[in-house]
Write a protein that binds this ligand. Structure first.
Ligand SMILES: Cc1cc2nc3c(=O)[nH]c(=O)nc-3n(C[C@H](O)[C@H](O)[C@H](O)COP(=O)(O)OP(=O)(O)OC[C@H]3O[C@@H](n4cnc5c(N)ncnc54)[C@H](O)[C@@H]3O)c2cc1C
Length: 385
């Protein structure tokens, strides 16, 4: 178990109370209707939780990485769809944190202080795992850029105020011609296409974005032309642990609900039979190991040490755990599992293995890191020792 500081305990507890009051009671309703939940933004305004990753100098809460993970775990526990809304907004902010100027950060982060949200637009119909093969372009026009193209499956797409959009400034250079831009919602020519119906995280909004001659000032370019892929990769390194945190919350919730059910289902026995006990123990082991992998990544992130491999490991491990534990919980609860809200946790878990880079792609990243020889350690041993 990570030993939390008193301030982290306090934030975890107050988040748990917020989730119990505002998220858990309405999660099933929004799952059924597949609707986004603007009420939640109103509820969250006072706590400034949508600005938890915004640095102090821009008026945000400036939570350290472990604390952000604690908050996201609680939101994932309550409803992974609503948790995804928060995580995706932070994902878009991460691009600005990575490459934004002081003025761009102030501009992008200010709406988050009053619970407005952002979106991150990288994926296109022909460019998912291979993010560099997108077709959206940004052509220089005097002091402006004109953006044309489309993005698909963008979380918060229809409900964000500000966006980070990736587009090719030089298509002839392929991935080296990709650049990142801040795009405000109210720019003429920027419209919302299809809003997606989904298997899980149904309370989050996922939409297509259409860009037709969207004019934005050159001041909205993040970094330099051609920096896009570098910014996107650094952004995803920073952001993947958020998916790990939602996954831990999902797995913990499924375990807790399963335990509650089994205690009711077998009231005559102080404990269910040994087979069930062992299965519950294995689920608890997985949840705790997932949480530790996540916290380790977050501690590395705050220490300034490299954490790209650990970010991929924790995203992959925690989401695989969420899938496995939620499916196991359904099995252990029999038909009650299949017909109750447990099914939602299983459906919500699936996307954790897909978005922000599929777990197959993460395994490529991890294997590359494992296969790359680490720099030779300086040995203090003398010959013969
Ligand atoms: C609900 C939801 C929300 C999303 N939110 C966002 C968002 O906010 N912003 C955004 O930009 N995108 C978002 N996405 C898109 C998501 O990140 C991509 O869908 C994902 O990266 C996978 O891309 P793809 O669907 O095109 O799959 P593909 O790239 O077509 O992959 C299909 C399968 O092939 C495997 N595969 C592909 N290439 C390789 C390879 N080289 N080696 C081994 N296996 C491989 C993949 O792992 C996968 O199993 C979202 C998607 C969904 C469904």
């Amino acid at each position: 178990m990570t030993i939390l500081r008193p301030e982290q305990e306090r934030i975890k507890q107050s988040t748990r109370e917020f989730v119990a009051r505002n998220i858990i009671p309405r999660a099933a309703e929004f799952d059924r209707s597949g609707e986004f939940h603007p009420y939640l933004l109103d509820e969250a305004r006072e706590s400034k939780i949508f600005a938890m990753a915004v640095p102090k100098e821009y008026g945000g809460l400036d939570y350290d990485s472990v604390t952000q993970a604690l908050v996201l775990e609680e939101w994932g526990y309550g409803c992974a769809g609503m948790g995804t809304t928060l995580a995706a907004s932070i994902l878009s902010m991460d691009s600005v944190l990575v490459a934004g100027t002081d003025e761009q950060k102030r501009r992008y982060f200010t709406p988050m202080l009053s619970a407005r949200i952002g979106a991150f637009g990288l994926t296109e119909p022909g460019a998912g795992s291979d993010a560099g093969s997108g077709k959206t372009t940004a052509v220089k026009a005097g002091d402006d850029y004109l953006l044309n193209g489309s993005k698909c499956w963008i979380t918060n797409g229809a409900v964000a105020t500000v966006y980070v959009i990736y587009a090719l400034t030089d298509p002839s250079k392929g991935v080296k011609g990709l650049s990142a831009f801040i795009v405000e919602r109210d720019r003429p020519g920027f419209t919302i296409g299809t809003v997606d119906h989904k298997l899980g995280i149904r309370s989050s909004n996922t939409s297509e974005l259409l860009l037709k001659d969207v004019r934005i000032p050159a001041a909205n370019l993040l970094g330099k032309e051609g920096d896009g892929m570098k910014i996107a990769m650094k952004t995803l390194d920073l952001a993947r642990p958020a998916i790990a945190a939602l996954s831990v919350g999902l797995a913990q919730r499924a375990l807790d609900e399963c335990v509650k059910h089994l205690q009711k289902r077998f009231p005559d026995k102080p404990q269910p039979g040994q087979t069930l006990q062992f299965k519950l123990a294995d689920m608890a082991i997985q949840v705790e190991a997932a949480r530790q992998s996540l916290h380790h990544t977050m501690e590395l992130r705050d220490s300034g040490a490299p954490f790209s491999k650990e970010s991929a490991i924790s995203k992959t491990f925690c989401s695989d755990v969420a899938m496995s534990v939620t499916a196991q919980a359904v099995s252990l609860m029999g038909s009650h599992g299949y017909t109750s809200e447990l099914g939602k946790y299983m459906r919500d878990s699936k996307i954790m293995q897909i978005y922000e880079g599929t777990n197959q792609i993460q395994r490529l990243v991890i294997s590359r890191a494992v296969l790359t020889p680490a720099p030779a350690a300086v040995s203090t041993l003398k010959a013969g020792e």
